[in-house]
Ligand binder design. Structure first.
Ligand SMILES: [Cu+2]
Length: 142
């Protein structure tokens, strides 16, 4: 009698165990059919300046690593300057620290990328300048 009871418990346990495996293989994927996802930006910036629009995406990659992608889209009537190049400055929001101007890597016409490591984790503000104008956005880096 007791043996039969244990056998029944084991049978139920086996069904649940096997069922969990089957469910793991047939359940709808949380990712769906979407292609390899581009990681969401930590912060984005989009600002219309007099000669065009500046756009930037900040990616805080962890361990204080930062990637900043920058695009400048010339307005149709904007003044085209061949050597137009943005300036980028990172500063901490609530600390009196020197700003950081990491080097810009040109990717394509009007597209630049910055990759570097911040000296500290915390709240940062990145200032993107184009000629006399600028735009800025804050982000957290850990
Ligand atoms: Cu600091």
């Amino acid at each position: 009698m007791k043996t039969r009871f244990i056998a029944a418990i084991l049978a139920v346990g086996f069904v649940l165990f096997a069922g969990a495996f089957i469910w793991a293989t047939v359940r709808p994927s949380a990712q769906g059919e979407a292609p390899a996802a581009v990681p969401a930006a930590t912060a984005t910036l989009s600002e219309v300046l007099s000669d065009g629009r500046i756009e930037a995406q900040v990616f805080a990659l962890g361990n204080r690593d930062i990637q900043l992608d920058l695009q400048f889209l010339h307005a149709a009537d904007g003044i085209e300057t061949a050597d137009m190049r943005p300036s980028v400055n990172f500063a901490m929001v609530q600390m009196h620290m020197d700003g950081i101007e990491p080097p810009l890597q040109p990717i394509a016409a009007g597209v630049w990328r910055v990759r570097f490591k911040l000296p500290m984790a915390g709240r940062w503000v990145v200032n993107v300048g184009m000629g006399e104008e600028f735009a800025e956005v804050e982000f957290n880096a850990d």
